[in-house]
Ligand binder design. Structure first.
Ligand SMILES: *Cc1c(COP(=O)(O)O)cnc(C)c1O
Ligand SMILES: [Zn+2]
Length: 438
């Protein structure tokens, strides 16, 4: 077991010396170990003291069912806090901070037509405040961090999480420290530093950065959103299930295509759908969306395990343009495999070329420019459609998790320019048009 886990386990109560927060704002009741099932208080902890397994939040589902209705949600704020009864925390003022969520779900008839599908939808999460789905997990993590008494937020990131933590910390007036690999692209560094965070450029890979953060989290009273408050952070992803169901008139899609980095988003969307059925908000007992996971072949450890029929994930060294998905040792990989099997879905990997084609296909058929992660999901949609895995009438939701302006380099070399002189004849020559008036 890595030393960082031991250190963490010994420093269990940082930020919450009082123990758990038992108030009426949340229906969450405990943290539970996903391996051995032991439960503990709702503190800043992420590994089981007993077996070092990952922890997750458990809820009083009956209490949620008694509290929520379609009407109570509709009367809530136009942000993810409308689903606060399903979350481990809730702000007193839901308009505080950066408004996150309630991003557009749009029909994509031209994309569907290109692939022989009749009912394709795009969930465009690039429409969040810092242009990626990470705003959801960060909103929830920082709200919980504040409730636990933290005044400083931190994270290890390769880009999207850095942007989001820096921005949300500013909005809440929290101090923040963001750790990134030193060779990160300039635009991501600028788009993070501008919020006034303390940006640490670490000489090493993302895995080195992450290990450093685990060590720092063990003896500093800071909320590392993807380390010591990770169980709360990952709950934010469930809102991508609630929103889609609400936007579809409280019905479930037939199939979802979701990108996988650590596997948290994918497994939590599936959990979100389960909770909607369990609490009666969606009246489709027994039915669940088929969950398809999407990875880049250059970093596809979960897809490789699925393909090989394994129930464990062997770590890989990432080499892909889909950097926001480039986690070689995914924390929730085995849970993602389980979700793929039990929902009748699967996990596919696509090549670098297919990712770029996915970005272009989405842009040309829907008007949405996605970062490489959305190229991965669009390419997996294409692959499944060509393979005949999708019934043409199925209602398919493709999750687009980030904005194309974040990864311009991926498509920059494919841009066709027509250099012309500022004259009509030069223009006509360039596009092969003859003069109408001689
Ligand atoms: C982080 C991220 C994901 C998925 O992350 P998980 O670790 O699997 O939850 C997907 N898309 C984008 C753009 C991301 O930044
Ligand atoms: Zn355990």
């Amino acid at each position: 077991m890595p030393i960082a886990f031991r250190l963490r386990a010994e420093g269990f109560f940082y930020g919450d010396s009082e123990g758990s927060v038992k108030d009426d704002r949340t229906t969450a009741t405990a943290l539970r170990c996903k391996e051995c099932g032991r439960t503990g208080e709702l503190t800043a902890a992420y590994v089981c003291d007993f077996c070092f397994g990952p922890l997750e939040v458990v809820y009083d589902m009956e209490r949620i069912a008694a509290r929520v209705s379609r009407e109570s949600i509709a009367a809530g704020p136009p942000s993810l806090w409308r689903y606060r009864d399903f979350l481990p925390c809730a702000p007193d003022d839901p308009t505080a901070g950066l408004p996150t969520g309630m991003t557009p779900l749009l029909r994509a008839p031209r994309l569907g037509e290109a692939l022989g599908l009749k009912d394709v939808w795009i969930k465009n999460d690039a429409a969040n405040p810092t242009h990626s789905f990470k705003d959801r997990v960060v909103s929830v993590a920082l709200q919980k961090a504040k409730e636990l008494g933290f005044t400083t937020a931190a994270c290890a990131s390769t880009g999207n999480l850095a942007n989001s933590v820096a921005a949300h910390a500013s909005a809440h007036g929290l101090d923040s420290y963001v750790f990134v690999p030193a060779d990160l692209e300039e635009q991501k560094i600028v788009a993070t530093a501008v919020y006034g965070t303390t940006l640490l450029a670490v000489g090493g890979t993302y895995d080195d950065v992450n290990r450093l953060c685990m060590e720092l989290a063990s003896d500093r009273p800071w909320a590392f959103v993807n380390v010591n408050v990770r169980p709360y952070y990952s709950e934010g992803s469930k809102t991508l299930a609630y929103e889609v169901a609400e936007q579809l008139g409280w019905t479930l899609p037939d199939r979802c295509i979701v990108p996988i980095a650590s596997g948290s988003l994918y497994t939590k969307i599936r959990r979100g759908f389960d909770e909607l059925v369990e609490t009666g908000l969606v009246d489709e007992p027994g039915r669940r969306p088929i969950m398809n996971g999407a990875q880049a072949a250059g970093c596809g450890p979960v897809a490789a395990a699925y393909e090989a029929g394994l129930d464990f994930v062997a770590p890989v060294h990432p080499t892909t343009i889909a950097k926001s998905l480039a986690i070689g040792n995914p924390a929730d990989g085995v849970f993602a495999l389980e979700a793929a099997h039990t929902t009748g879905g699967g996990i596919d990997a696509v090549s670098e070329e297919e990712i770029v084609e996915g970005i272009e296909l989405l842009a040309k058929t829907t008007g949405i420019f996605t970062e490489t992660a959305g190229g991965v999901t669009t390419a997996v949609l294409t692959k499944l459609a060509r393979r005949g895995d999708i019934d043409p009438g199925e209602r398919v939701v493709v999750y687009i998790t980030g904005d194309g302006l974040k990864t311009l380099d991926a498509v920059a070399s494919r841009v066709e320019r027509h250099p012309i002189e500022p004259t009509v004849s030069s223009f006509e020559d360039a596009i092969g048009e003859s003069r109408l008036i001689a």
